[in-house]
Structures are given as C-alpha cells and as structure tokens.
Ligand binder design. Structure first.
Ligand code: HEM
Length: 361
C-alpha cells in the first residue's frame, strides 16, 4: 500500500505557505490603498499635528499629502488610546459632567415653571410637555427626551447663528466699500422708516451674498464629523468601516480649484454665481450635507439675514472700545464651532433717528 503520509505533510506545508504569502500581499495591497498619512508617533499617533486648530491643521496636511489624508489619534485621548481609557487626562469627562449638572438644574427649573403656569401659550416646551402627557401617542416622550431635545436645539441653534453675524460684521468693518453698498441696498429696498423684515430678504441679493461669503470663509462648523459604517473606496483610497471622518468645510471654502482669489472677501462672487447652501455644492457646505445636514438651515439663515440686516440698517459700527479702530483682526479661536479669537468690540452709532423699532408694515 502507498504511504501518503510524507506527501500529505508536504501538501500541508505548501498550503500554509500559500495562505501566508497571499495574506502578506493582500495586506500590503490594502495598505497601499489607504489614504496617505504623515509619520506617526507611538501611542499618540498624529495628535501633536492636530493642534491648536484642527481644521487648519487638517488643511495644512491636505496641502502636503492630498485632499484625503489619514490621521491616527483624536482630540480626546481617552476615547482612542487604550492605555488612557480609564483616565480623564484632558478633563473632558469632568467638564462634561459639570456642564450636564448645571444645564440639568436650569432646564429642570424652566420645565417646572412651565408645568406650574396655567398659560395656554404654545411655545416649544409646552408642546413637548403636552405630547409627553398624552397617553394615546405612539411615541412616549420622557423627561430626559425633552431635556435632550431642548439642549440639542440650544447648542446647535444659538452659537452658530450668533457667530455668522459677528464674522460678517468684522468683514464689513474691514471692507467699508462693501458695507456702504449693503447699507445702500437696504435703504433702497426697505427705506428708512421701517425695520427690515424677513420678507424683505428675497429682494436684498447683496445682503444674501454677504452672508454666504461670510459662511464660505468662516463656516461656524468648520469640521463636520461622520463615521463610516462599512468598508468603502473613496477617490481610490480604502476607507475602513468604523473610521472617524472629518469633512473640512473650512478648507473646501478656501480651495483655489473652486474659488477665484479664495482668501478675498468678495460677496460679488455669489451674485455672479448663485449657489445654494443646502449641501448640493460640495465646495460650499456651511450647513453640511445629506441626511444629517442641519435641520435648522432655513431658520438659521432667516435669523442671520434679518438680524444682520437690522444691525447694519440701524447702526454704524465703530470698531474698538473707543470706536477708533480702522480694522479688526480676523484671528480664529479654538472650539468645535469657529469663534473669533478676540470677540468683536464695537461702538454702535444710530444712523436712523428715531430707530423705527415700532413700525412693522
Ligand atoms: C447660521 C446658522 C447655522 C449653521 C451655520 C449651522 C450649521 C450646522 C452644521 C454644519 C451642522 C452639521 C450638519 C452635518 O452633520 O451634515 C448642523 C447640525 C445641526 N443643526 Fe445647525 N446650523 C445653524 C443654525 C441652526 C439652528 C437655528 C438650529 C435649530 C434651531 C440648528 C439645529 C441643528 C441641529 C439639531 C443639528 C444636529 C443635526 C444632527 O446631527 O442630526 N442649527 N448645523
């Protein structure tokens, strides 16, 4: 009888080596399709490259390595580095707990006031409380749900809508010719004896262009976070499932491939090339795009147009504490949102006398 044992042994060695060789080439191949990446340090990865302003750091890296780059490490060390998981090295956890405690006390007080008041007024909180009491509803709202919803609207809706007029006014102080043109448009369309209203905005294309130009250069949310749910190929690069992805809206708005003189504040570009803000033009995404894009886009835009319009309609803004600065700095501060490094300080001088606050035609 033929003895197969030595053949079987050789076959086994051949099979295992083939599997190893294939696995080796496959991993090399997969790696070579990962987005390019700078040299990373042990443990912290690229964290040292992402400060102080992550959107500026990502932009710098993309100029060097291409529009899609891979970086390891994240803003919160404990989230990503196993060794630090239990340690709150940057005190984020402590700060979050503190903010949560303070917000909870505040919103609890407001909810109690609403519950005790007999008012029939239909404000948002009253509507939510009524839904929560309604046993017939398919979805049962808990007190926690209501608090989370209010917090979401609060956090996402207030800061962004306040940052845009601040950046816009700073730009106009530094560009007096644009300020003059904007005020002249409002005077022409609205006049001087009534306050600008939301319904005027469609007749104020230059005002709209100024706000869009402000959002292009100073998007209140400079990095939009996403997470890949499955393995995908983007622009030829392999993006693994569960990868944190940041879309740099700040860098998109400054991309010379899409914008002429990208660093210049030129509202006219939006008059020549009307462009929507609702996520259809990927070079201009101030409100994000897709299913998670800002649900407050219409409200946010209306608020910014009307408040900003009223600010320049009613006042001349003299920069500086004494109103004697010819220019203001445009340095960026740090944060999830994009604040000014030095908040804008101005002396408002009434330009309409009396200010027509009472007249709503
Ligand atoms: C100029 C004003 C505003 C700007 C520039 C802005 C921008 C953004 C951006 C870029 C996002 C992320 C979108 C994405 O992930 O694709 C976002 C999310 C969000 N915004 Fe706004 N926003 C503004 C005003 C508002 C207002 C007024 C509200 C509500 C009253 C609001 C509510 C929200 C909410 C709830 C989210 C989270 C949506 C989600 O994650 O599903 N925003 N906003």
């Amino acid at each position: 009888m033929v003895d197969f044992q030595p053949y079987f042994f050789h076959f086994l060695i051949l099979l295992i080596s083939t599997i190893f060789i294939l696995a080796f080439f496959k991993s090399k191949n997969a790696k070579s399709h990962l987005p390019p990446s700078p040299f990373s340090l042990p443990i912290i990865g690229h964290l040292h490259l992402l400060t102080p302003n992550p959107h500026q750091a990502f932009h710098r890296l993309s100029l060097r390595y291409g529009p899609i780059t891979a970086e390891a490490g994240a803003f919160n060390l404990s989230d990503n580095i196993w060794l630090f998981k239990k340690l709150d090295l940057q005190w984020f956890g402590k700060r979050v707990k503190d903010i949560h405690r303070r917000f909870d006390a505040l919103i609890e007080k407001i909810i109690k006031e609403h519950e005790e008041s007999q008012s029939q007024e239909k404000d948002l909180l009253n509507i939510l409380l009524r839904i929560a009491e309604d046993e017939t509803m398919d979805i049962h709202l808990t007190r926690e749900n209501i608090k989370a919803f209010i917090l979401n609207i609060f956090v996402a809706g207030t800061d962004n809508s306040a940052l845009a007029p601040e950046w816009g006014l700073s730009e106009l102080i530094n560009h007096p010719n644009i300020m003059r043109k904007a005020v002249a448009e409002i005077d022409n369309v609205v006049g001087k004896d009534r306050l600008i209203q939301e319904s005027d905005v469609e007749n104020l294309p230059y005002l709209q262009a100024i706000i869009k130009e402000t959002l292009r250069l100073h998007p209140p949310v400079p990095l939009i976070p996403r997470k890949s749910t499955e393995d995908r190929t983007v622009a030829g690069y392999h993006i693994q499932a569960n990868t944190s992805i940041y879309i740099n809206t700040w860098a998109l708005g400054r991309d010379p491939n899409h914008w002429e003189n990208p660093l210049e504040f030129m509202p006219e570009r939006f008059e020549e090339k009307p462009m929507d803000v609702r996520g259809q033009h990927f070079e201009f995404l101030p409100f994000g795009s897709g299913r998670r894009m800002c649900p407050g886009t219409s409200l946010g835009l209306k608020m910014v147009y009307a408040t900003f319009g009223a600010m320049i309609q009613c006042f001349e803004w003299k920069a500086g504490e004494d109103g004697n600065l010819a220019r203001v700095d445009m340095d960026e501060g740090c944060g999830f949102n994009l604040p000014k490094a030095n908040p804008l300080v101005c002396v408002p001088v009434a330009r309409l006398d009396p200010i027509p606050m009472h007249v709503f035609k």
